[in-house]
Design a protein around this ligand. Sequence first.
Ligand SMILES: NC(=O)NC1=NC(=O)NC1=O
Length: 172
Amino acid sequence: MDIQYVNSMNYEKFSYVFGNVIEKCPLVAAAVWSKRPFKDILDLENNIEEFIDSLPQSGKEGILRCHPDLAGKDFLSGSLTVESQGEQRSAGLTTLTPGQVSQLQQLNTSYRDRFHFPFVVCARKSDKDTIIQQLSLRVHNPPEQELLIGMEEVKKICHLRLLDIFDQVSRL
Ligand SMILES: NC(=O)NC1=NC(=O)NC1=O
């Protein structure tokens, strides 16, 4: 996909294509459409990051709250978005032992009870053992640190989802 094609999209098409680069937060793409024309994919990504960085704390917490737990209820019920499903599978979460599933669920519950938003990590850059280890460590961090780390992980997820979109369409 060339960036001229992106810049030619009306906001419905733009939202359709980019609406889930931030999990279940189509507002981000709908808002960033106003910033066109984009010089290139990096410029588009930078505008997305600037938008989410400009949000107040409650907005950032809201973005984290839109993320499904790793191996959580959406994962178990098969109701994850296509992107999340692929990401969680790539981290090996489909091959967790029953003990690991309950360990992850307990840790996710402790994390959520402490921070009032879910543990977020870029699953594609991780694996099930590292995720469990990271969650065990990060659950003890100060809230403000976890908000920062969570938002950085959201940006990593967004980066990979953008690459997928540009790669897919370039093969059309
Ligand atoms: N809580 C999460 O970190 N969720 C996720 N991370 C990903 O990379 N995909 C998800 O669904």
